[in-house]
Design a protein around this ligand. Structure first.
Ligand code: ZN
Length: 317
């Protein structure tokens, strides 16, 4: 019998894969009742996995080596926080206080500096917590959200970026996020989309082998994320977002492999980097690929195939 579905508890499931990134043998199941996709035995990846160095020694933004130090993670992701700030521009206010759960090396809270009044982080990785305490100017708690007492709350916004897919019980986790929110506060989530174009449209074998991974226990769609939020008592807007570029997708399509690092896949594409042609020609060629990239990203998002899902909403009344 299969591990029950994390969302609807049905045991009526099918196996869609039996191998994860790094050739780890573990089954990926899809619930036949609610379509939720999840790893067999999600409890096997518990919070000690994140507290210890195991996670950071295995996964990181630089794919040429295994693992990353906190400073490298911070320096890689900080320059790309602007798109998240931009997505939140209508709700951010200077008098807000924000809790970011699973804050990693604090890159998002750093980017919020000067835009909100209060910033608090929560992170299980001991190395990331030590990095924040040494280098950044906000307070970080190191216990799981289920145990945390946070006198600075309740908050005007609670965020969890690329976190929900890691927790064994997403419904309970999101409910715990809600406990730290003011009645009218905002919940903001980002997580991978299982209807990512690389899986649904292109079916790139190398990407499938890369996509499913031990720390990701859940694989949400717009539909199953909606189910989760309804169960946890939230209403709001779910969107799909594409941040990896057109040229990153071309790279995957032509080689079957990822680019070497996160930055290459996310920075605005460029065709001509040398000065062997005149500046106007260089500019015209580079403007062309930027235009194509923007149009491509719009198309992917329009069809719900962005690599991430975002949710912005509030507690249901
Ligand atoms: Zn189900």
């Amino acid at each position: 019998m299969f591990t029950p579905c994390t969302l609807c508890h049905s045991t009526n499931a099918e196996i869609i894969r039996d191998t994860l990134r790094y050739d780890i043998k573990r089954k990926v199941l899809r619930c036949n009742d609610c379509t939720f996709v999840y790893l067999e035995t999600p409890d096997a990846t518990n919070q000690d996995y994140y507290t210890s160095k195991t996670y950071r020694e295995t996964y990181g933004p630089n794919l040429k080596k295994k693992g990353s130090e906190p400073k490298e993670i911070y320096d890689t992701y900080f320059p790309f926080q602007g798109v998240i700030i931009d997505a939140l521009k209508d709700i951010l206010r200077p008098d807000m206080n924000v809790l970011d759960v699973g804050c990693s090396t604090g890159q998002f809270l750093s980017a919020l500096k000067g835009k909100v009044a209060g910033r608090i982080g929560m992170e299980l990785s001991e190395a990331d917590v030590a990095f924040i305490r040494e280098n950044l100017d906000f307070k970080v708690y190191s216990e799981p959200i289920e145990d945390a007492v946070i006198p600075e709350g309740p908050f005007d916004m609670v965020s969890a970026l690329q976190v929900v897919e890691h927790v064994p019980d997403p419904v309970s986790f999101v409910q715990h996020l809600g406990k730290h929110l003011k009645p009218d506060g905002y919940l903001y989530l980002e997580l991978p989309n299982i209807h990512d174009s690389m899986l649904d449209a292109y079916h790139i074998k190398g990407y499938e082998n890369f996509y499913y991974r031990e720390p990701h226990l859940s694989y949400f769609s717009e539909k199953t994320l909606g189910d989760l939020l309804a169960k946890a008592g939230f209403v709001g807007k779910i969107k799909t977002v594409q941040r990896y570029t057109f040229t990153n997708h071309l790279h995957w399509l032509l080689t079957g492999n990822p680019q070497d690092n996160f930055t290459l896949g996310n920075q605005e594409p460029i065709l001509v980097t040398t000065d062997t042609v005149s500046p106007p020609v260089k500019q015209e060629l580079n403007d062309f690929i930027r235009r194509v990239n923007r149009e491509y990203i719009d198309l992917i998002e329009k069809h719900g195939m962005g690599e991430s899902l975002t949710f912005l909403g509030k507690k249901a009344v």
